[in-house]
Design a binder for this molecule. Sequence first.
Ligand code: NAD
Length: 283
Amino acid sequence: MSAGAWMTAGAVWEGSGVREAQRLGVSLLDGKTILVTGVANRWSIASGIARRLHAHGARLILTYQGERVEDSVRKTAAELGGGPVFECDVASDESLRALAAAVGPIDGLVHSIAFVKKEDLSGKVYDTSRLGFAMAMDISSYSLIALVGHLKDNLNDGSSIMALTYLGGTQIVPNYNMAGIAKAALESIVRYLAFDLGERGIRVNAISAGPISTASSRQVAGFSAMPAKVAAAAPLKRTVSADDIGNCAVYLASDLSSQVTADVHFVDAGYHAMGMYPDPPKA
Ligand code: NAD
């Protein structure tokens, strides 16, 4: 394999466990029903997660927000086993109640939702408005509490819950600003929910994804330069794709991770562990 192939987003190492599992016909999620939120289009991280969960035999239930994305989400659902699709706006308790009444029992829940006003993704954090703060925290952080609160009777004992987070929740990432503050809260919520639900064997974890170009991430000022910065500095010398995140989601949804909870798993080619960045290669 050429050195360049290692740097391609989404490339899977020929000898990786995933290829091996596919070759041997191992389905880690047979018999499990998993509710995936946050599919807006095929580039959404939730779409990559749904693709990988489906590849491992999970029955999927997808939710979407707003008529604008309904057709795209229904198409994705049809391509991935034809499971049910429901509208759900996490800002509305009525919408969450309707979802809980409709979905039936589930073995997994993927929270892949965030919203921050564009003006709060650049400039100075001290200019964040009270409304911008409240909206970001409500949709990006509280929504995990709200989803779990409404779906707790749908979740079978032993289920797996996961949420998407980013390094900007614990480190300073210029312009990530209000989104980082919301991710810090989300990661804390993951830990407290893990404690609440542990006695039922329900696990709650977060996946910290490296930068991936999506409708949401492109709202962050200067986002377009971020993947290349990660590829240049990360130990694995590459960026990550939504399907890479999906592979971690398969592990977290499966019984292989049955003793893993209250954790943040980084899927960022190792970038988070760097304390100093290497010099760029000499021309
Ligand atoms: P995306 O825009 O494809 O997905 C965001 C989703 O949030 C959309 O499906 C949108 O409909 C949904 N959403 C927003 N408001 C909602 C509401 N009120 N009710 C229900 N759903 C609502 O972008 P993405 O990058 O795939 O984001 C998914 C998750 O991954 C987010 O939590 C994001 O912060 C996180 N994340 C993204 C990156 C990245 O670089 N793209 C990195 C780390 C973490």
